[in-house]
Ligand binder design. Sequence first.
Ligand code: SF4
Ligand code: SF4
Length: 168
Amino acid sequence: MKFERYGIGILKGMTVTIRHLFRHPTVNQYPEQRLNVSRRLRGNELIWNRERCTGCATCAKACPQGAIELVTATNLKDNKYDVTTYRVDTGYCIQCGLCVEACPYNALFMGYSYERAKYRRGDVVQTNDELLESAERPASGYYHPEIAEKLPRQTLLVERITEKRKRK
Ligand code: SF4
Ligand code: SF4
């Protein structure tokens, strides 16, 4: 019985391989070719808006990882808190987005970048200015549709394949 089935598995495997040879590729040659990621990407790093932040610490309380540390000083002159230290240990961050959703003052955003990996453990702890928005660290549209609508539309590989088929 076993003798009769000999080679059937190899034949089946070869059939699948040959079928895929004639299909359109569904991969990209990264990093030479890059796709637009989701507008609501929860990227590598948080983006903090110092001007809007009131130091309420709602974000730190919402973080299940305890990744956000906040130090404030009382500003009696202006009757408010000054944030002296805002620190995020992105090594502990799981990109859940709960802190962004919890911030009542729209002062916190998920990052839109996905190539911000670091070589050293110490570099993933970011404080104050390192958390501000910049060209390398744009904010994501996650939980912020007003930002999402300004970002480029996500490239979907399935749409590329359909376009190629239409052109044929
Ligand atoms: S994204 Fe989640 S884990 Fe990361 S700092 Fe915010 S609440 Fe904490
Ligand atoms: S919840 Fe928002 S306003 Fe409050 S401390 Fe965090 S970032 Fe600042």
